[in-house]
Design a protein around this ligand. Structure first.
Ligand code: SF4
Length: 458
């Protein structure tokens, strides 16, 4: 047996026992399996977290969380029981060390961020911004981002059944926080969705539609089904991808009779019309892949859709180790039948520095996972470069390691560059977290922040 940096073992998926949490000690299997019960028992505030977890979680954690919500959070709190139950899954709150395990937990780190998680000097990068990918600037009609030549992103709604602390769409998605007011759609939902379909009918070059939000699991099923049925009637649409983290966070929803039957109707029509429907989900940690998640995924595959794929986000403290990423990929692939597809670098939204990895770290992780997974299931590590789009992390054109600035090129125009003759010659920048830079690089950014100078003049 050769000693390898990563040792593969098939691991059985586990549903942790929710009855270990004092607030859910009496919850029955039937209640737990109900999507309605899960939705109505989501944890939305500190008082509800206390009711569920109880005094086993030290007061200092609740104080740390309260400070974060007042001073740093860009997303409000919303965590379904299914996700809470996967945090510190091996301990009950009465066990010694529960608070430390909860603090260190990979899922807690991004779903329930606390003040002490954030970087004290550089909570935000000076180049960070709301809507850091400029999606709204590229709306062809409200909520429909046309950034690539052949594909569009349809943001159907601004809510999800769960709110992730690092959400890239923090500008639009979720409830306001003390720090962040949310952008509001101007058009009513039905008018917006109708305008999207009109645009797609009039734009035959688009063959691929990512149906997203928010999370499509928050749209009443009949409305989602009618929108997707409308897409299936657009002759030129060949791929439809439904984006839902809830497949992992609220698998109970995807197991309801209404959704299974509706998805089967859509899949049947799609097969007749030679269109592929896939679900894209968002799982960041192996412990989130439970038997219920596997069951929901298989139920969806059984309807006749083409695939279920995972788009995770690289997050420090959650999945920044090779072993964590490979454990996750094998958990997805072996028993849940979810295809590992992408890992994105965390986008440059405010207060995300403690989560973000440098480009060099992402390149190393991509290197280190190669060769363990089948080629078709080896995820690509992606930097979503503002005004460029998704690039593999090794596609960087130039990289200044001292200042932490990477430079990228592009090979197509977005709508906002239609009249820009230099769009395809220009280099576009992306930034590493400053606290990871050598001292000279950190000093550069401190001086720049003090003087508020534009980059070119420092
Ligand atoms: S599920 Fe997606 S859209 Fe919703 S909060 Fe999480 S990252 Fe944002």
């Amino acid at each position: 047996m050769i000693d390898q940096p990563y040792e593969y073992r098939h691991r059985e998926l586990v549903e942790p026992d929710w009855r270990r949490l004092p607030g859910w000690a009496e919850v029955t299997e039937e209640e737990w399996s109900s999507a309605q019960w899960q939705r109505s028992h989501c944890v939305k505030n500190i008082r509800q977290l206390r009711q569920v977890v109880g005094a086993g979680l030290a007061d200092r954690f609740y104080a740390d969380l309260e400070r974060d919500q007042a001073e740093r959070a860009t997303m409000s709190m919303l965590v379904p029981p299914q996700m809470i139950n996967t945090m510190a899954p091996l301990l009950s709150p009465a066990d010694p060390g529960f608070t430390e395990a909860f603090y260190a937990d990979p899922v807690r780190r991004y779903m329930i961020p606390v003040f002490s998680d954030r970087h004290p000097e550089w909570p935000s990068h000076p180049e960070s911004s709301r809507d850091s990918l400029h999606e709204a600037e590229m709306w062809a009609v409200e909520g429909l981002t046309h950034r690539y030549p052949t594909k569009v992103l349809a943001e159907l709604l601004p809510t999800c059944p769960q709110y992730c602390g690092h959400c890239t769409r923090m500008d639009l998605v979720g409830n306001p926080t003390p720090l962040v007011d949310k952008h509001k759609f101007e058009l009513g939902r039905d008018d917006r969705l109708a305008a999207m379909l009109d645009y797609l009918r009039a734009t035959p070059g688009v063959r691929d539609v990512v149906v997203s939000g928010g999370d499509v699991a928050n749209l009443p099923w009949p409305r989602l089904e009618s929108f997707v049925a409308g897409l299936l009637e657009v002759d030129t649409v060949r791929d439809i991808r439904l984006a839902t983290k809830a497949l992992m966070a609220l698998p109970q929803y995807w197991l309801t009779d209404e959704v299974r039957a509706g998805m089967e109707r859509l899949a049947t029509t799609a097969i007749k019309r030679d269109v592929s429907i896939a679900i894209h989900t968002h799982v960041n940690s192996a412990q989130s892949v439970t038997p219920l998640v596997a069951k929901a995924t298989k139920a969806m595959l059984a309807t006749g859709i083409r695939d279920v794929r995972n788009q995770g986000v690289l997050l420090r403290g959650t999945n920044d180790k090779t072993e964590q990423l490979l454990d996750l990929c094998f958990a997805l692939l072996d028993d849940a039948k979810i295809m590992p597809y992408y890992f994105y670098m965390c986008d440059m939204i405010p207060n995300s520095e403690h989560w973000r990895l440098s480009l060099a770290e992402a390149q190393r992780l991509q290197h280190d996972i190669m060769g363990y997974l089948p080629g078709f299931a080896t995820p690509r590590f992606i930097c979503d470069v503002p005004y460029v789009g998704k690039r593999w992390v090794h596609q960087v054109a130039r990289y200044d390691h001292e200042l932490g600035i990477s430079y990228w090129t592009k090979n197509y125009r977005t709508g906002v560059e239609a009249d820009d003759p230099l769009a395809l010659d220009r280099e576009y920048e992306y930034y590493d977290p400053i606290y990871l830079l050598p001292e000279a690089g950190q000093e550069f950014w401190r001086a720049r922040s003090r003087r508020q100078l534009p980059l070119a003049t420092v």
